[in-house]
Design a protein around this ligand. Structure first.
Ligand SMILES: [Zn+2]
Length: 475
């Protein structure tokens, strides 16, 4: 039986209620003039390009290199705009790029340097976490990010879906969010750990636990039904943390004779068998959803890549075999080196060196990369650190890193599966642009100087400030 959708509002009512959101533009066309533009498809900088977009669709309608005549004309008339239906933004003098994509973020987390995840998940109120996420959405835009591929709300179920919709409805400013609702993990694997279970202590769940081929298929169906854009599962995790528990409260006694490092106390191990991973990917494919797999060690990377996931997240351990399988399967790699850069004291220099080497080899082999900082675990607003690490520490040429930061992010979001094209400036693709002060080829710091940000053909950041603050808000 075909169920009817909820009764649609009559047209008249709908038009009264729908005020257009904070982003509503009164102009029909947006024209942006650039003098230096990064073409993420060709991975090269091009000069004197202009871009036109239809503000009702947010899509680019024309991209052209200005002729000599146009250049002269523009110089004399740049500040004039007689066409009331057209908004002209002159970004000559800036370096303009497609909007940045953070391919591994957690908009509901804030830096572990301030508070470890357990306190955020267990002790912070839902209201505080949503308020912080709202701030993080603003910070993302101010940092030049027009898309977040957000890989788990960590303890607040599928609240990320509501946040995504709030941005899409124009209630709050923010990047385009692709969300997973809850990540999948097997029983007992990815949980808030605590030692006291019998006194009623309540902790939120941080994954949707599922087991067996049928069980994981059901979990994928739950996530799709909840509204997830993509599926995330934990292919491995350090799930034996309770075997040699860390000191978790003031005055708790340390466990004696435990292995010295936290990684040895609780090494990563696969959470699913091959059949289960295959079933997750197969079921997601049926729903036309991409799949991201958290995998730290080679064993899980290989299993997840063989299952056909869209991307591997982290994959820190050095392994030529893991890279070989990823290359064969066309798996996208999102290394998130920022989080181990932040945790270097815990993980150690050797772990860091191995991870850097693994990413370098991946790039040399032509494995597609996307740039995600595990933002949230590291501070929002410092997302670009991942780009800096990939260029400076790993040694990947800047143009390749910037390609991974933009168009690479679209591929990680599932490419055409994600329902919108973004990450490069071509006709039919979203008009997402960021204007940087300076040229990142001369000074990498330019990437931290997002001055204008346009998302879906709407100017959201002007002179480093959110212009939505100047407009009436939705209450
Ligand atoms: Zn993460």
């Amino acid at each position: 039986m075909v169920r009817r959708q909820a009764m649609p509002l009559r047209q008249a009512e709908a038009s009264v209620i729908h005020s257009g959101g904070i982003h509503a533009s009164t102009k029909k066309t947006l024209v942006v003039h650039t003098s230096l533009l990064f073409d993420s498809g060709a991975k090269e900088f091009v000069k004197n390009v202009s871009v036109e977009a239809d503000t009702s669709t947010g899509l680019i309608t024309r991209v052209w290199t200005r002729s000599e005549d146009e250049l002269v004309q523009l110089d004399s008339t740049a500040t004039e705009n007689k066409d009331k239906d057209k908004q002209v933004i002159d970004l000559r003098g800036y370096t303009v790029m497609p909007g940045f994509v953070d391919s591994h973020s957690h908009v509901f987390l804030h830096s572990y340097r301030v508070t470890p995840s357990i306190y955020q998940e267990r002790d912070e109120s839902l209201v505080e976490r949503i308020a912080r996420a709202t701030n993080h959405c603003r910070t993302a835009l101010l940092s030049g990010y027009t898309t977040y591929r957000d890989l788990g709300s960590e303890g607040i179920r599928d609240v990320d879906i509501g946040l995504r919709d709030a941005v899409n409805r124009g209630i709050i400013p923010g990047p385009r969010l692709f969300v997973v609702s809850e990540a999948l993990a097997s029983s007992g694997s990815y949980e808030v750990r605590h030692e006291s279970h019998l006194n009623g202590t309540a902790v939120p769940r941080i994954s949707d636990p599922c087991d067996g081929p049928d069980g994981v298929r059901a979990a994928v169906r739950r996530r799709i039904g909840a509204g997830a854009d993509l599926i995330k599962f934990y292919a491995d995790y350090r799930r034996r943390a309770r075997r040699f528990p860390a000191q978790a409260w003031p005055g708790s006694l340390p466990v004696r004779f435990a292995p010295p490092s936290l990684l040895d106390r609780s090494p990563s191990s696969p959470l699913f068998n091959q059949e289960e991973m295959n079933a997750i990917v197969d079921e997601a494919r049926r729903a036309k959803a991409p799949v991201a797999a958290h995998a730290q060690d080679a064993e899980a990377v290989i299993m997840a890549a063989k299952a056909g996931v869209t991307s591997i997240e982290h994959g820190f351990a050095r392994s030529d075999e893991a890279l070989k399988v990823m290359k064969e399967k066309g798996t996208i790699y999102v290394p998130t080196l920022s989080i181990i850069d932040q945790e270097k004291e815990t993980v150690g220099q050797e772990f860091w060196d191995d991870a850097v080497e693994q990413v370098r080899k991946a790039w040399e082999m032509g494995i597609p990369l996307a740039v995600g900082a595990d933002t949230g675990a590291v501070a929002h607003g410092d997302n670009i650190r991942e780009t800096e690490i990939l260029h400076k520490d790993v040694g990947i040429p800047l143009a390749d890193v910037l390609g991974a930061l933009t168009l690479g992010g679209w591929h990680a979001c599932g490419g055409d599966l994600c329902g919108r094209r973004f990450g490069t400036l071509k006709v039919g693709w979203a008009a997402d642009l960021v204007a940087l002060q300076g040229d990142p080829r001369d000074d990498l710091q330019a990437l931290r100087k997002a001055t204008f940000v346009i998302k879906d053909g709407e100017l959201l950041v002007r002179d480093g400030r959110l212009i939505t603050d100047e407009r009436p808000r939705i209450d």
